[in-house]
Design a protein around this ligand. Structure first.
Ligand code: PLP
Length: 347
């Protein structure tokens, strides 16, 4: 693998964190509409929420242009990434993905015995679709695509990915993780959900943790062919982990277009400020279509984490292609100012 992530020692005594820019959260959430929905629905929390969840599924299915049997809900998309990995790789096989990519599904697949076939990204950090297709063999059980990708923030072009998914899913299911797609302002890409109507064997993952600002409230879903979801459901029931209040929060935030638009706008402004300052300091970042930016650094990742944490700034570091990189999430403008201040004091 070409990616290794660093963590601080468990006994590290951190000062108070003033800017948490390490988990790609939305600093503006949860929307007031969702907070109200939680407060109003909590009184019914003695009941299982099956009917209410099916109402939410109907709403999501309508939005995605599919029937309700194409949707499975979970407490965050992680739950569904992991369920798909568990069920798909119970009997081994291999998984093809880009390297680097978001590792949650791949890690679970590996834990239950799958082999990971990593395919390096291209020079512009998009997926090398040709090489990924060539990497598929008779033991490949799933292809995982994350678009926009994490930790790079880069996109793979919509039409290229549509062609790839359309062709490859005839041989093997393609899982497309679209956690950040709503934040991809001006990107030449799109959701792959339209392929479901063409009966393609694709699985699209979406989350309420990013644009909707509900990372701690935990709602996500996958859209896939009903037969694929039945296969998952037979072994590990979808929707069981989602709470009564989360369902109402999700429904309210889906309707809250103002909140989503505002997040997109403020994220873009704070990211532009970050770019300008990284330019000034001579850092070369990967253009990002998400709420985080990845750039190479000149000190070891662990050293950067230590120095930033000492100033109350939480970020992440990765070794990619044997070089250290910093991934900083886009917070509020004030948080980005604190980050820029701390980074410029390093050199
Ligand atoms: N997919 C990607 C690409 C992510 O970056 C994340 C979280 O950061 C997730 C999925 C999981 O998010 P959640 O479980 O909150 O939906």
């Amino acid at each position: 693998p070409m990616v290794r992530e660093h963590f601080l020692p468990a006994d590290f005594k951190a000062p108070k964190i003033i800017a948490k820019l390490s988990a790609n959260e939305n600093p503006y959430g949860p929307p007031m509409s969702a907070q109200k929905a939680v407060a109003e629905s909590v009184k019914n929390g003695n009941r299982y929420a099956w009917k209410e969840m099916y109402d939410l599924i109907d709403k999501i299915a309508k939005k995605e242009g599919v029937t309700a049997d194409h949707i499975m809900m979970g407490p965050g998309s992680s739950d569904l990434l992991e369920k798909v990995a568990l069920v798909t790789f119970m009997k081994g096989g291999n998984i093809v993905s880009a390297d680097p990519c978001y590792m949650s599904l791949v890690s679970v697949a590996k834990s239950v015995g799958a082999t990971w076939k990593p395919v390096p990204c291209t020079a512009d950090w998009s997926h090398d679709l040709k090489a990924m297709e060539a990497a598929i063999d008779k033991d490949t059980k799933l292809v995982y695509v994350c678009n926009p990708n994490n930790p790079t923030g880069a996109i793979t072009k919509g039409q290229d990915l549509l062609d790839f998914c359309s062709r490859v899913s005839e041989k093997v299911p393609v899982f497309v993780d679209e956690a950040y797609i709503e934040l991809a302002v001006g990107a030449d890409t799109q959701s792959m959900v339209s392929l479901l109507a063409q009966k393609k064997n694709v699985i699209i993952a979406r989350t309420f943790s990013k644009i909707m600002g509900m990372a701690g409230i935990r709602v996500g879903y996958i859209a896939a062919q009903p037969e694929f979801l039945e296969g998952i459901n037979k072994i590990t029931r979808g929707g069981m982990g989602i709470s009564y209040t989360s369902i109402f929060a999700a429904s309210a935030s889906l309707d809250d277009k103002d909140f989503q638009g505002n997040t997109r706008k403020l994220n873009h402004e704070a990211k532009t400020y970050l770019y300008e300052n990284l330019d000034k300091m001579g850092y070369k970042y990967i253009p990002s279509y998400t709420n985080f930016v990845l750039f190479p650094i000149s000190i070891p990742g662990k050293e950067l984490l230590g120095k930033m944490t000492a100033k109350g700034i939480a970020v992440r570091s990765f070794d990619i292609q044997s070089k250290p990189w910093c991934r900083v999430s886009i917070g509020t403008m004030d948080e980005m100012k604190a980050f820029v201040g701390a980074l410029s004091a390093l050199s």
